[in-house]
Design a protein around this ligand. Structure first.
Ligand SMILES: [Zn+2]
Length: 555
């Protein structure tokens, strides 16, 4: 586990060592499993004949091509009409050789909505059965609509307006066959994009009968429910939640199924209780020491969502392991627990409630900091002690800062401070400062031969300072209302290249050139390699990386 800071130094360091070892083991196992896979099929789970095989990407592609080549034959075999064609969407192969092929259907070249079907074939290729979305046969008298496109779009726009959309034009309409209900008919499918009234992306699909103008169906292309969260630190935010029966769960189906749990002031290793709500409005926006408080959960869920989006949109990374799967979050951990930590073994984030249980450590930069420990663990795996530990901590501060700027939240604007929202010192001052790390009373501004002896939350200062200088440059500067004044150890003046480029360089170095044992000297080399790869050797960016390291005494 990698805590936010070092107040409970002994305990957290001891546990951190154990987890670091666990992380190495997990990574090794994953690689081993992948390497052991044959190029073709791997065996089915539990040895059941009907269990699906885990096909390799190549094997799946081959099978899809094969099924598509035989699609016309299949269409005839299962009794489709002359105007109908099948398009393979997905394929599943079982251990006993059964192949389930999922098709979309077209009719006279038009997509048939609700015409999808699955053909089940035995190992020998014989059709065993067919599962159809509609049992009706498709016979449409005319393919010429009586209704104008404009009328269909008008209907779609008024449906979108009812959902809070401010769009004045549809994003397009197409002719389709509607087979989703009743007798299949010629129809228009109109899409209206934009945003819903709470800021959630909108993608309303409206199906209109092309003969009668009747609205046949409408659905929201952006799935999941959208809740309203009243956070403690980030104002009122939109949360993606999941409706289960008549209860909403704090489960984000659009970001790797991230879930937020309540530890109810306990400290066991269990996940806790999943947060649920009846009306999909979560939290109060004010601190509460109650064990059932939802507000801390809102901040944690929002932080996880912004962190997910930051990595996705900035680096194209899909989750901590880049496999589309989210970690989970636990809030209300312990009684007056003044820390937050990432733990590889549960692949989860945990937040305490702070002094008096009223200052939860759930701010945006802390969430970004913690999840980034997971990213480090699954990439460079920087050992959590000595100089590599400082680089590990700095990576979390760097990307936590990246998340905060990315979220662009008016209640918690981007800054180069860590933990400025969580009242960690009892006087409202931040936990750490990136422009001049020593302002926290313990962190190093620049490298010295003893920096590796410091706690990792203090040796991180060197890299945090490097990142600030690389982004913004040395000297005095005010950003989003916060004043900075960044010194250099060699008296040089450093010109920044902007945070966006600095983030790209750090990420590339972390994922490509850093290893478990990277120290400051090799971090300089690694980031220079990254800058050379991204912007060219000898480029302005490359030279700025060199200058910023020299300005923190790493040469
Ligand atoms: Zn940390």
């Amino acid at each position: 586990m990698t805590p936010l800071y070092a107040r409970h130094k002994r305990t957290t360091l001891a546990v951190a060592t154990a987890v670091a070892a666990g992380a190495l083991l997990t990574t090794g196992l994953t690689t081993g499993t992948a390497a052991a896979q044959t190029p073709a099929d791997t065996s089915g789970k539990a040895g059941l004949a009907g269990a699906p095989l885990q096909l390799t990407a190549a094997a799946r592609t081959t099978l899809i091509k094969q099924q598509q080549a035989g699609a016309a034959d299949t269409a005839r075999k299962i009794g489709l009409g002359a105007k109908e064609k099948l398009v393979v969407k997905d394929v599943v192969k079982d251990a006993d050789g059964t192949v389930h092929t999922r098709y979309e259907r077209t009719y006279a070249g038009l997509p048939v909505l609700g015409g999808d079907l699955v053909v089940h074939e035995s190992k020998s290729g014989a059709t065993k059965s067919v599962t159809k979305a509609t049992t009706k046969s498709i016979k449409v008298a005319s393919l010429t609509p009586k209704l104008t496109v404009a009328k269909a779009e008008k209907q779609a726009l008024s449906a979108a307006k009812a959902a809070g959309s401010e769009k004045t034009a549809a994003d397009g309409a197409r002719k389709v066959i509607w087979a989703g209900s009743g007798t299949p008919v010629l129809a228009y499918e109109t899409i209206v994009g934009g945003f819903q009234d709470d800021g959630t992306p909108n993608q309303l699909h409206v199906i209109t009968d092309a003969a009668t103008g009747k609205k046949l169906f409408e659905y929201q292309g952006i799935e999941n429910a959208t809740g309203t969260g009243k956070s403690l630190y980030s104002g009122t935010v939109s949360l993606t939640t999941t409706l289960s029966g008549s209860t909403y769960q704090l489960t984000d189906g659009s970001r790797g199924t991230h879930k937020t749990y309540n530890k109810s002031h306990g400290t066991s290793s269990s996940a806790g209780t999943l947060f649920t709500d009846a009306d999909n409005t979560w939290g109060t926006g004010t601190a509460s020491s109650s064990a059932t408080d939802q507000t801390a959960a809102v901040d944690a869920a929002y932080g996880a969502a912004e962190t997910w989006d930051f990595y996705k949109s900035t680096f194209g990374r899909s989750g901590i392991k880049n496999n589309g799967v989210a970690a989970y979050s636990r809030v209300h951990y312990g009684n007056q627990y003044v820390n937050a930590f990432w733990d590889d073994s549960c692949f989860c984030m945990t937040y305490g409630d702070g002094e008096g249980n009223v200052d939860p450590l759930t701010s945006l930069d802390v969430a970004g900091h913690e999840m980034s420990h997971g990213v480090t663990s699954n990439t460079a795996g920087l050992n959590y002690s000595g100089e590599s530990g400082g680089l590990n901590e700095a990576t979390s501060d760097i990307f936590g800062t990246g998340v905060e700027f990315f979220a662009n939240n008016a209640s918690d604007k981007g800054d180069y401070l860590i933990g400025e929202k969580i009242n960690i010192n009892g006087d409202g001052t931040p936990l750490r400062y990136m422009d001049k790390p020593s302002k926290d009373g313990g962190s190093a501004d620049s490298w010295s031969s003893s920096v590796g002896n410091l706690d990792v939350h203090y040796s991180s200062g060197v890299a945090n300072h490097f990142f600030y200088l690389l982004s913004e440059g040395s000297g005095a500067k005010t950003i989003n209302g916060v004043s900075y004044n960044s010194p250099t150890s060699n008296g040089s003046t450093v010109t920044g290249i902007g945070r966006d480029k600095a983030l790209q360089i750090w990420y590339k170095a972390l994922t490509t050139y850093f290893t478990s044992t990277t120290n400051y000297k090799s971090a300089r080399t690694g980031t220079l390699s990254a800058a050379a790869a991204l912007y060219g050797s000898g480029s302005t960016e490359y030279n700025a990386v060199a200058a910023a390291w020299s300005a923190v005494n790493v040469s």
